[in-house]
Design a protein around this ligand. Structure first.
Ligand code: SAM
Length: 270
């Protein structure tokens, strides 16, 4: 007899998918195929894992819950060659450990909601290794990723995700598709990494990330004040931006110009 499943653990954001129609829809969006390097974050009880390993032939999964990770091979009847389980915190996991994948990794999952934002930033650091990402997460986080300048939801996450990826909101899912049902609505999104065109490329990736973080750290302040000590008002003007504007008014391209103006000024000083 199969071992009984442990109850869902709140601290790991466990809300398990049980609706076959929804599971099929997410798998269709992922489009698993033999030969693709697929990585699933948080396989849990295997709702997505089973159809993914079936279609792709092999799969790497990252699961923090030791008990669930130990049950997966028997539950899915998969050998260690087909289902490679990395039992650890995904925030410490790096795709490099899987070796090279010339076409890039497809990273997917019904994400633990409590870590979805830090996880997206963690994956953006490794975006050069990724071909595509399909995630289910809170609708509110998906809205923030896709938000445009001037929108209340627009912030650091929007700028960093949109700089590195094309964002497609695919469909929404109500709480009834999960056990236990979450309190929030969920959205499935696709993030497709892109190389920004030459004219929109940040010359210093770390500097770009730092200026975006700093500008949004005090949303209500003007750029002149938010960036005090970080750059001069002249740098903001050099980028063609009004120092009296707030971060939420700047497009991704504005942030790139600003970070490039700061990088150029620092080179001049050195
Ligand atoms: N994929 C399953 C499904 O759709 O039914 C489970 C999804 S559940 C929302 C999130 C899964 O991520 C759980 O299995 C949970 O244990 C796992 N998880 C939570 N935090 C994690 C972390 N920091 N690193 C790796 N896995 C994590």
């Amino acid at each position: 007899m199969a071992a009984p499943l442990p109850p869902p653990r709140k601290r790991y954001g466990q809300h398990f998918l049980h609706d076959p129609a929804i599971i099929a829809r997410i798998v269709e969006a992922i489009d698993p195929r033999p030969g693709r390097r697929l990585v699933e974050i948080g396989p849990g009880r295997g709702a997505l894992t089973a159809p993914l390993v079936e279609a792709a032939g092999e799969l790497d999964v990252v699961e923090i819950d030791r008990e669930l990770a130990a049950m997966l091979p028997t539950r899915l009847g998969a050998t260690p060659q087909r289902l490679r389980i990395h039992c650890q915190d995904v925030l410490d996991f790096r795709l490099e450990v899987l070796g090279t994948s010339p076409s890039g990794y497809d990273v997917v999952g019904n994400l633990p909601y409590n870590i979805s934002t830090p996880l997206i930033f963690h994956l953006l650091e490794q975006v050069d290794l990724i071909r595509t990402m399909v995630f289910m997460l809170q609708k509110e986080v998906a809205d923030r990723m896709a938000a445009s300048p001037g929108n209340k939801q627009y912030g650091r996450l929007s700028v960093m995700v949109q700089y590195h990826c094309l964002v497609d909101r695919l469909f929404s899912i109500g709480p009834g598709a999960f056990t236990p049902p979450p309190r929030v609505a969920s959205t499935v999104i696709r993030l497709t990494p892109r190389k920004p065109p030459a004219g929109e490329l940040a010359r210093n990736a770390a500097g770009f990330s730092a200026v975006v973080a700093r500008a949004f750290s005090t949303r209500r302040k003007t750029l002149r004040n938010a960036l005090r000590g970080f750059c001069n008002t002249e740098h903001i003007l050099e980028a063609g931006i009004d120092p009296g504007a707030r971060a939420e008014a700047l497009s991704v391209a504005d942030f790139v110009r600003l970070s490039n103006a700061i990088a150029t000024a620092r080179c001049r000083v050195m």
